[in-house]
Every structure is written in C-alpha cells, then in structure tokens.
Design a protein around this ligand. Structure first.
Ligand code: ATP
Ligand code: MG
Length: 388
C-alpha cells in the first residue's frame, strides 16, 4: 500500500479552454516548490487532480514539511495524504478497518466517490456497507456533519484512494497563469500585501524597489530583499529590480516647490516602472495604494501621477482599511520586516505639507524644467537585477 499526496484544484476546473494550460503550470509550480525544498518526488496528473509520490521511498519522510511547501502553491483548493490500493470492495474494507485501528475517534462518516463506473458497487452502497462494518467492528457512531473522522474513498481507474483528513490549500490561480507584472515594492506594509494578492490571482510578479542610496543607508534594500524572500514561498526564483532614485530626487528638490516633491518622485517611479515593464514584457504595474490613506493617495493625485502610464495600474488594496492590510501582512509573514525602521526614499526631503489635489499640468510644468527623459533613462541603465 502506497501513501501519496492528492492535490485538488477547485477553481481551475472552471477555466474551460485554459484548463490544460493551468494544470500544466500548476504541475510545474508544485515541482519547482518541491525541488526548492529538496523533496524527491514524482507527479502524476489524473483527471481533475494531481497525485504526488515520494521519489525514493514508499512514503514521505517528512509529511509536515511537504504539506507546508504545497500549502504555499497557489491554485490548490485542498490537499490530503491518501493510501492507494488496487483491489475490490473487500480490500477497501480491510484497509480502512486496519487504518482506523490507529485512530482515536467517537463519531465518523464515510464518503465514497465512484469515478470508475466499472467498479461494481455504487458510492451509496460503499458508504452504507462500510459504515455498518465500522460500527460493528469498533462500536462507533455515524455522524454526517462534523464527525471526528471522515473516511473518504475515491474509486478511480488509477486505484482506490483512502484518506482521513484534508487540508486547505492556498487557493487562487497558479502563479504565472495571468502573465507578468511589475510590482512597486517599498519596504512598507502595504505593497507586499498588494503583491501577494496579485500573485494569488496568477500574476508572475517582478519586484521593483526604488532606493535613495547613498543618500540613505541600504536598510530599505535589505528589508525589501527579506520581504521578497518571505514572498518567495509563494513564488520561487523571484526577481528584484533595484532602481537608484537619489539623483532624480535631488534634481526634483532643486526645481519643484516642496509640496510637489513627493508627487514628482511618484511620477518618476511610475514612468520608470512602465519602461521596465516593457523591457520585461510585463502587462501591468501593481502598487499598494489605498484611497485616502495618506495625503499623496487622493484620487486627484493618483490620476495626475499616472497621466503618462498606458499600462494598467493595479491597486488591489484601493478599498482596504489599514487594519485589514496589517492583519494580512501578519498572516503572510511580511509585517515584522515592514515595521522595521528605515529611511523611505519618499520620506527623504519631504516637506510637512503635500499637495492633495494636484493636476497633471502642474506636474508636467515641473517635469518640463528638468531633463526628465534623460534622468529616467539613467535610472533604467543603473537598475540592478537580482534573483532572490
Ligand atoms: P507601502 O506601505 O506599500 O510603502 P504606503 O502607505 O507607505 O505604502 P506610499 O509610501 O505613499 O504608501 O506608497 C504608495 C505605493 O507606491 C506603495 O504601496 C508602493 O507600491 C509604491 N512605492 C512607494 N515607495 C516605493 C519605493 N521606494 N519603491 C517601490 N515602490 C514604492
Ligand atoms: Mg511607504
């Protein structure tokens, strides 16, 4: 009897024509995650699910580890360890009774699913017969809702799978199935959560961080690298682009009134992000902005700042409260890194008051007084690319 891990992917099944592509990508992502964790494995795709087998022995050596690796792969609805046999009803019964001997429970239910219609008993018959045998053998009680143990049996053409406990997967869509995106990642609380949300919806995210080194320390770079490492669990082999903004910030400070500085830094960031998106064939730009959260994030300012952006700007947190975002940051493990003190490149040279109703023409006026395009090109040339 072999023990395998069975992966189910709920939402994927709805994707019609894309389904094959999604399954292929999911398999690739499961493989990458297991390989990164140095877990030897074989993956088999069966109808509507994926079966992972240990690559060397008959059973996984560290079940907790494999669960935690797979629970970070998007596109999976549930996962469960299952015993596989190839036999008749009698073999199922014998195996289940044997396996249950090792479990402590009072109530139970049996849920059989017959996918292989050649199997001579219906699901209902298996439920009833096996249920009665368990009552007889162990003197336990059938309870259909919230039993202590749910005996699940999938009868397929690839064997009969017996499992007792299933766990929830990360949900969402397989990373990469929605295309590539550039995510503007500060080392603050919001942008890692925004990136996570889009990764969950199938986006392959390239992280882009703007720093002001050597005007500031390298703290924001180091924090950002750690945030990316944390998010890597959901997207292995991530790429982090580090763009130096200091020179451009100095030029902006010389030219523009204080209340416009932050908006011009922002505009520079978006213009650079758009260029980098083209270079990396990304389809959109992601930010952690939330309406009204800070003075720079009014609808007027957001509109003015992105006036020259032709790619879609995705703001998955636009309608979120700060508390919700902080809770999510805690759950995904980026919060503690984000709250570390660092000098944000935007807090640098920032005046006490920020324009809240900027117009595109205002920004344009200051931009025109600067060698904007050359400065942008300079930042692009000096952008470092790191595989984290
Ligand atoms: P965050 O917590 O993500 O820093 P915030 O509430 O501090 O967000 P801002 O600092 O105004 O808000 O930034 C708004 C968005 O602009 C960020 O969510 C991020 O997407 C982007 N951004 C800001 N600073 C940087 C930076 N240094 N590098 C890359 N992106 C940045
Ligand atoms: Mg910030």
């Amino acid at each position: 009897m072999k023990k395998v891990l069975v992966i189910h992917y709920g939402e994927l099944a709805l994707k019609g024509g894309n389904r094959k592509l999604f399954e292929k990508k999911l398999e690739e992502n499961v493989r990458t995650a297991l390989t990164a964790a140095e877990i030897p494995h074989h993956i088999q795709r069966q109808y509507g699910r994926m079966v992972v087998e240990e690559g060397v022995a008959d059973a996984f050596t560290n079940e907790e580890q494999i669960i935690s690796v797979i629970q970070h792969v998007f596109g999976i609805s549930t996962l469960a360890f299952a015993y596989v046999i190839h036999g008749q009803y009698e073999d199922i019964e014998k195996t289940v009774l044997q396996l249950l001997a090792g479990h402590d429970f009072t109530t139970f239910s049996v849920r059989a699913r017959r996918i292989n219609k050649q199997f001579p008993m219906s699901s209902e018959e298996v439920n009833r017969t096996l249920g009665a045998r368990i009552v007889e053998e162990y003197n336990k009680q059938v309870q259909l809702t919230n039993p202590d143990i749910e005996v699940r049996i999938s009868i397929t053409t690839d064997g009969q799978f017996i499992s007792f406990a299933k766990q929830r997967g990360a949900g969402g869509l397989p990373n990469g199935t929605s295309g590539k995106f550039i995510s503007m990642l500060s080392s603050g609380i919001d942008s890692p959560v925004a990136s996570f949300r889009m990764m969950k919806r199938g986006a392959r995210v390239f992280f882009l961080h703007f720093h002001s080194y050597p005007m500031t320390s390298r703290a924001s770079i180091e924090n950002t690298e750690e945030i990316v490492q944390q998010l890597q669990q959901y997207q292995p082999d991530s790429i982090l682009l580090l763009a130096p903004l200091a020179e451009m910030q100095k030029a902006i400070v010389r030219q523009a009134p204080p209340s416009f500085r932050i908006l011009l830094y922002r505009k520079a960031m978006f213009d650079i992000a758009q260029r980098l998106a083209h270079l990396h064939r990304a389809k959109g730009v992601i930010t952690g902005e939330s309406l009204g959260q800070v003075a720079s994030q009014t609808i007027e300012n957001m509109t003015a700042v992105t006036q020259d952006i032709r790619l879609p700007v995705l703001r998955p947190l636009i309608g979120c409260d700060k508390q919700e975002i902080m809770d999510e940051a805690q759950r995904i493990g980026t919060y503690d890194i984000s709250i570390r003190p660092y000098e944000d490149c935007c807090s640098l040279l920032v005046p006490p008051s920020v324009e809240t109703r900027a117009r595109a023409e205002d920004l344009r006026r200051f931009q025109d007084q600067l060698p904007w395009e050359e400065m942008i090109a300079d930042v692009i040339v000096n952008t470092e690319r790191r595989v984290v």
